[in-house]
Design a protein around this ligand. Structure first.
Ligand SMILES: [Ca+2]
Ligand SMILES: [Ca+2]
Length: 491
C-alpha cells in the first residue's frame, strides 16, 4: 500500500507522519488543520479522521489513539480515545478516529495533541512506541448572524466566475445539486490517452487530487479575523474517501474525508483561507477513482467563502455619535408619535456638552400622544445604532473607549421620572447587556462606561436606548424628557 519508505519522504511529509518505531508509521489522510461548518448539523457532531498505519515490524502490533485538548474546552468532547485494533507483521491498515464535539455558538479554535501508541499485546499494556502531532480544529456556522458571506456560488446556469486549468470538462449541468437545480460538473481525461491524471499517490499510498489541475477564482477578503471556504461535493467516482484539495499561494490543504460524518450527502469540505488580501483560490478534485477511470466526473455545488469579524481598524466606530450633523444620520429610530413623526429627534440643549453646536438626541411625549396609565400623554421609543461590522469583546483593551452620555429631566412642577430609561449593548447572538439609566440623578449629564459591562466571548453589534416617558406638565410646565449625546467607541 505504501509506495515510499519513511526515509524517502520530504521534510513536509515527515512532519505530518508519525513515527512509532523504526518500521512503524501512521499517515494521516487530511492535513492537521480541520475546519468544520456546523450549519444544519445536530449537536454533537462526529468527526472522522482517517489514517493509514504501516507495520513493517516482524511482530503484530495493537494501536490506540489519544487526544489531549491543550487549548479549548475538553468537556465539550467525547470519544477522544479509541482502541484501533491490530495490524499484522509486514502489513498496513486503514483506521478512522471518530471523536464528537458539542456544536459551539461562536467561532471556536481548539488545539489538541494527538498521540498514537503501538502496543505489543491486545490488552494495550506493553508499549512498543508512540508519537504525537498537534491538531487544530475550527468550528463555525456560515449562517451565524455575524458571518459575512464574501461569495456564494451555486452554478445556476453560470460558472460564477470560476476558471479552469487542466480538466477536460468543466460546465454547469442539472442534477446532483446541493442548492438549486444545477451543479458544477468536472471530468478529466483517460490516462490511457496520455493526458494528466487528476489524482496522484501521496506518501501513504493514498490517492489525492493532483495540484496541476484546478478550478480557480480570485477573492478579496477584508480585515476579518478568520475566513473559510465551504465546498459541497458528490459523485466522486469510485473513491469513497476522496474530497478536495484547496490551495492558494503556498498553502495546500488536503481535505479528504466527509466531515462531519453522515450529515451530508454530498460531502461538505472546509478549509481556512487568508484574510486582508486578494488571492486566487484553487480547488483540485480527483475525477474518478484515481484519475485513470476516464469520465468518472464529480459535482461541486454551493461554494461559500465566509468570513468572521476581527477587531475593527482604529478609529471611531459610531457614526454621528455626538449628533452634531443636526439630524439622526447613522441612527435608527423605533416608534412614532401619534402624529406620525419619529419618537426621537435632534435638539439643541443649553446645558448640552460643549461639543459643536450643542446638539443631542431627544425624546419626549407630545400632547397629542395617547394617555398612559397615569393619565398623561405617553410615548415609547428606541434609538439604535449598529456598527459597520460587529466588534468581538476581546478587541476592547485597556486603552479602548466605549461610553455614552445620557440625561433625563422633568419640570419641578410635575416631576414624573421615566417609566423606562435604559441602554442595551447589543450582541450578534441576539442577547444584550441592559444598563438601567432610570436611577441616574435628574437633570445632569451622566457618562456611562460600557467596557466593564461587556460579556466575554460575545460580539458587540451596537447600542440601543429605550425610553417610556409621560408628559404630565401642563402649559409652561414642560415634560419628562430623555437625552443622549457623545457616544464614542474606539478599540
Ligand atoms: Ca446549484
Ligand atoms: Ca452633541
Amino acid at each position: 500500500m505504501v509506495d515510499k519508505w519513511y526515509e524517502d519522504l520530504t521534510p513536509e511529509e515527515k512532519a505530518k507522519t508519525l513515527l512509532l518505531g523504526n518500521d512503524v508509521y501512521a499517515f494521516f489522510h487530511s492535513d492537521p488543520e480541520t475546519c468544520i461548518d456546523t450549519q444544519g448539523c445536530t449537536s454533537p457532531v462526529t468527526l472522522r479522521q482517517g489514517f493509514e498505519i504501516v507495520n513493517d515490524e516482524l511482530i503484530p502490533l495493537w494501536f490506540k489513539v489519544f487526544a489531549d485538548v491543550t487549548s479549548g474546552d475538553p468537556t465539550k468532547w467525547s470519544d477522544l480515545t479509541k482502541e484501533l485494533g491490530s495490524v499484522a507483521a509486514n502489513s498496513a491498515a486503514l483506521f478512522f478516529w471518530t471523536p464528537s464535539r458539542e456544536i459551539p455558538a461562536a467561532l471556536t479554535h481548539e488545539v489538541m495533541t494527538l498521540t498514537i501508541r503501538a502496543y505489543k499485546d491486545s490488552g494495550y499494556t506493553q508499549l512498543y512506541g508512540e508519537d504525537t502531532i498537534a491538531w487544530e480544529f475550527y468550528f463555525f456556522d456560515h449562517a451565524w448572524p455575524d458571518a459575512v458571506i464574501i461569495d456564494e456560488d451555486d452554478f445556476e446556469g453560470t460558472l460564477d466566475g470560476w476558471g479552469v486549468v487542466g480538466y477536460e470538462r468543466f460546465e454547469y449541468k442539472t442534477g446532483y445539486a446541493y442548492k438549486g437545480a444545477y451543479s458544477l460538473n468536472i471530468a478529466g481525461y483517460r490516462t490511457s490517452y496520455g493526458a494528466w491524471k487528476s489524482g496522484i499517490l501521496d506518501a501513504s499510498g493514498q490517492w489525492v487530487p493532483y495540484k496541476g489541475q484546478y478550478m480557480q477564482k480570485g477573492f478579496a477578503i477584508g480585515a476579518f479575523s478568520h475566513a473559510f471556504a465551504v465546498v459541497h461535493m458528490t459523485r466522486s467516482g469510485q473513491n469513497a474517501n476522496n474530497c478536495v484539495r484547496v490551495h492558494y499561494d503556498d498553502k495546500d490543504y488536503i481535505i479528504r474525508t466527509g466531515i462531519p460524518v453522515g450529515s451530508f450527502q454530498p460531502w461538505r469540505c472546509c478549509a481556512k483561507l487568508w484574510t486582508d488580501a486578494t488571492e486566487t483560490l484553487r480547488i483540485s478534485v480527483i475525477t474518478g477513482a484515481d484519475g485513470s477511470y476516464g469520465w468518472d466526473d464529480v459535482r461541486l455545488d454551493d461554494i461559500i467563502i465566509v468570513a468572521f469579524p476581527g477587531c475593527p481598524p482604529p478609529g471611531e466606530q459610531f457614526i454621528n455619535g455626538d449628533f452634531e450633523t443636526g439630524d439622526l444620520t447613522g441612527w435608527i429610530v423605533e416608534g412614532t408619535h401619534s402624529d406620525g413623526t419619529p419618537t426621537w429627534e435632534v435638539r439643541t440643549d443649553a446645558e448640552c456638552q460643549p461639543d459643536g453646536a450643542g446638539l443631542r438626541a431627544w425624546l419626549a411625549a407630545k400632547d397629542t400622544d395617547p394617555p398612559g396609565p397615569i393619565g398623561c400623554p405617553r410615548i415609547t421609543g428606541a434609538l439604535r445604532q449598529e456598527f459597520a461590522s460587529p466588534i468581538p469583546v476581546e478587541c476592547f483593551t485597556d486603552s479602548s473607549i466605549f461610553k455614552v452620555q445620557t440625561k433625563w429631566g422633568t419640570d419641578l412642577c410635575n416631576p414624573v421620572p421615566p417609566e423606562v430609561w435604559q441602554l442595551e449593548v447589543l450582541y450578534t447572538d441576539g442577547t444584550s447587556t441592559v444598563v438601567d439609566l432610570s436611577g441616574d440623578p435628574q437633570g445632569v449629564w451622566v457618562s456611562h462606561e460600557l467596557k466593564p459591562v461587556l460579556v466575554a466571548g460575545k460580539k458587540v453589534k451596537g447600542v440601543k436606548f429605550t425610553a417610556t416617558v409621560d408628559a404630565c406638565g401642563g402649559p409652561g410646565c414642560g415634560v419628562t424628557e430623555v437625552m443622549v449625546d457623545n457616544c464614542t467607541c474606539t478599540t
